[in-house]
Design a protein around this ligand. Structure first.
Ligand code: COA
Length: 216
């Protein structure tokens, strides 16, 4: 029997009380100028950036800077990196935001030097105060330190700080600060080990750091 011929399931009985009233939420929490700037940026991102060649780092930096991003000359983003508000983004030297990362920067996102944000991560600097009926928007910053690797598909929640030299494992869900030089993984993310200094743990660095091959 096709599911289309089955009746819809019955509704839940109404709740005793409602904790949130979507009809009372602010429909447009930003000034008009912000919506105009956002629309222009989304147009640029969907065309001039989305169609840009893989190695056109300078071209993407140009447009991001034109919309207020603070980027060092050696930092890179990809054509499919999705950035909500360039004017609330700061990226240090030699840092990369990879393919399909969702930089949901309703609040500030600051990324340090020599840091990699791998594919499909979600940096979520926005939430709502769920203790109020009208769910006001809150925009807590995210700060990622120097020498950090946020592995593929990880989620960094609002207000999180990731300390220098930390690693966030693939698909980790981070809702609390990550201490320097630790490796965290899982949901919720927990410390699984301390990051070894290159050469420790029986490994020998194959080249001096400044001679290492760039992989992005
Ligand atoms: C975080 C990471 C770098 C750690 O690698 P590692 O040092 O070899 O880790 P280990 O295999 O020694 O794991 C240590 C423990 O953490 C757990 N763990 C490691 N990564 C995990 C992850 N992403 N999620 C959940 N648990 C994880 C392991 O199961 C192990 O648990 P156990 O001690 O109970 O057995 C690696 O697991 C990872 O996530 N790599 C991401 C690769 C990636 O994103 N690639 C794309 C971009 S280039």
């Amino acid at each position: 029997m096709s599911v289309l011929s089955e009746p819809a399931p019955p509704p839940l009985p109404p709740p005793d009380r409602l904790y949130q009233r979507i009809d009372q939420c602010a429909g447009a929490p930003y000034p008009l100028s912000e919506y105009i700037r956002r629309a222009l940026w989304e147009l640029v991102q969907a065309t001039l950036i989305r169609w840009s060649p893989r190695r056109a780092h300078g071209w993407r930096r140009f447009w991001l800077r034109a919309f207020g991003a603070k980027l060092q000359d050696t930092s890179t983003t990809k054509s499919t990196t999705k950035i909500r508000h360039p004017w609330l983004l700061e990226v240090g030297e030699w840092s990369t935001i990879a393919e399909d990362v969702d930089v949901y920067n309703l609040g500030w996102i600051r990324i340090g030097n020599h840091t990699t944000i791998s594919q499909r991560c979600w940096l979520c600097a926005g939430t709502h105060d769920y203790t109020r009926f009208e769910l006001p928007l809150i925009r807590p910053s995210i700060v990622v330190g120097d020498g950090v690797w946020v592995c593929a598909g990880a989620f960094l929640g609002p207000g999180v700080t990731v300390g220098h030299n930390a690693i966030v494992g693939a698909r980790a869900v981070v809702t609390k600060d990550v201490a320097e030089s630790t490796i965290v993984a899982g949901n919720p993310a927990k410390v699984v080990k301390t990051r070894p200094w290159p050469g420790d743990a029986g490994k020998t660095p194959s080249a001096a750091p400044q001679a290492a091959e760039r992989t992005h």
